[in-house]
Design a protein around this ligand. Structure first.
Ligand code: NMX
Ligand code: MLT
Length: 434
């Protein structure tokens, strides 16, 4: 089979033609209406952009290039990247070629460590990761080629070059940062011939006598890679990239969005909430105690982290997949047992609280089920990755695959600069409904 680059080069001309045809035939048709509430409310549900790597169905969850997530949970991250970008599964040869490509690019430049080492020791791991990515921007092939007058048809090739270098280096950057930030000793080198997920696990330096931590890393990196185009990280990366800012700027921007507690940081918040609960109750809490603790959180004006979603209206399949992993590998772990118990209690609590909110004239909680962040932290904790402010970094390494895939395809399709029209409240009052 052809390599990733060759497969894309074969497919892109046909995709360009297809999109040209769709636009010619359907370009004037309406995709979505926008209500005033949507305009004030985070554009929720407004269909206003295209993303071909994956879709999120409210009643099914993530579907990657036509494959429901739980049917492809066995895929390794390299295979997921190939699938996101091309719509095809790589054969063994194409997968090995991608791994060898990573081997060649994986060395993290020394200047990255020079910068990270002088950052204040209490810097948040997400701030360190985003800084490291920005520091490497000086190597952007996209920017260098652009400055030399690159043709528009070649934008995707330059973006792919940057993407592969960035993806090859990210596990090493993230793992080295972990060891630096948490005083774990010297950095561990990338092992040529070892896959991306296992390499990341190995460079973190946590003991893995049975190989099940490497399995978790592959699963984790598969599950977080993409979630269609409108989530904060992907949409931010899309917007920044649309200005032809190079992939380093775009990914770093997207990850700054992932660092928010309503988005990717919820996995850190979630484990911190679980541990606080366990500490207060002296171990795995009873369902009654858990219910009281949850209401305490809600009545103090906070959200229950790991629950709710802007698109999903069912249990997130990513949560279901992690729960299955936990049941197989750590069924008696107390933190995991607490996560399971939380799942038995929280949807009902949120439902009840939502009804109270509606009575008080507030919006209902649209989805009371767990999302991806509700269970992932407990699995990491079990393997000794107990520094939960680091968890969003793992999410970031994975999400970079989705953001970069979307960015490469957007450059290939010549997607225009993002610039929706805003209106003022005055305009709304004067013009809407009159
Ligand atoms: N706990 C308490 N209140 C909630 C929750 C929750 N878990 N989820 C939604 N609500 C509230 C929400 O804050 C909003 O209140 P208000 O009108 O007073 O601002 C109201 O319910 C309506 O919000 P929804 O329409 O249900 O949700 P929306 O689409 O606006 O937001 C989330 C989606 C994911 C931001 C929201 O459910 C939430 O804050 N969840 C907790 C944080 C979390 O787990 N984030 C991770 C999402 C996944 N990821 O990794 O990105
Ligand atoms: C994600 O994975 O990006 C989150 O579930 C948030 C979203 O899809 O809005």
């Amino acid at each position: 089979m052809a390599t990733l680059q060759e497969t894309l080069a074969q497919k892109i001309p046909a995709w360009r033609e297809e999109i040209g045809k769709v636009r010619k035939e359907l370009g004037g048709k309406v995709v979505s209406e926008v209500t005033i509430n949507q305009a004030y409310g985070g554009m929720r549900g407004v269909k206003g952009m295209i993303c071909d790597t994956s879709v999120v169905e409210p009643d099914k969850g993530l579907i990657v290039r036509g494959h429901p997530l739980l049917e492809i949970k066995h895929l390794w991250p390299e295979e997921i990247l190939f699938l996101l970008l091309t719509g095809e599964m790589p054969d063994d040869e194409a997968k090995a070629a991608l791994q060898q490509d990573y081997d060649k690019r994986a060395q993290v430049p020394e200047y990255v460590w020079d910068v990270l080492e002088v950052m204040p020791p209490d810097s948040h791991p997400m701030c360190m990761l985003d800084t490291a990515i920005l520091v490497m921007e000086r190597e952007s092939v996209f920017r260098q080629w652009y400055d030399k007058g690159m043709k528009r048809e070649d934008y995707w090739l330059a973006a792919l070059e940057d993407a592969l270098t960035l993806l090859a280096r990210l596990p090493g950057v993230a793992a080295g940062m972990y060891r630096l930030r948490y005083n774990k000793g010297s950095r561990i080198d990338w092992t040529p011939g070892l896959d991306w997920g296992a390499n990341f696990g190995n460079m973190l330096g946590l003991p893995d006598p049975t190989g099940s931590f490497a399995k978790l890393m592959r699963l984790y990196l598969n599950f977080h890679a993409d979630h269609e185009g409108g989530n904060v990280s992907a949409f931010t990366c899309h917007t920044v990239g649309s200005a032809l800012s190079d992939p380093y700027y775009s990914v770093s921007a997207g990850l700054n969005g992932l660092a928010g507690p309503l988005h990717g940081l919820a996995n850190q918040e979630c484990l911190s909430w679980i541990l606080e609960l366990m500490e207060k109750m002296g171990g795995v809490p009873s369902e009654e105690a858990l219910r009281d603790f949850a209401f305490e959180t809600l009545r103090s004006g906070k959200v229950v982290p790991g629950y709710g979603h802007a698109v999903l209206r069912v249990v997130d399949p990513r949560y279901a997949g992690f729960l299955e992993f936990g049941k197989e590998y750590m069924p008696t772990d107390p933190v995991f047992a607490t996560v399971e118990r939380v799942f038995n209690v929280i949807p009902k609590v949120l439902q009840e609280y939502s009804e109270e909110r509606v009575k008080a004239g507030k919006a209902p909680i649209a989805n009371c089920w767990p999302n991806v962040d509700a269970g992932s932290g407990a699995l990491l904790y079990h393997y000794g990755l107990t520094e939960f402010p680091y968890y969003t970094v793992l999410f970031s390494v994975s999400r970079s695959m989705g953001m970069l895939s979307q960015l490469i395809l957007n450059r290939a399709m010549g997607t225009a600069i993002t610039r929706p029209k805003s209106v003022s409240t005055e305009w709304v009052k004067k013009n809407v409904g009159k």
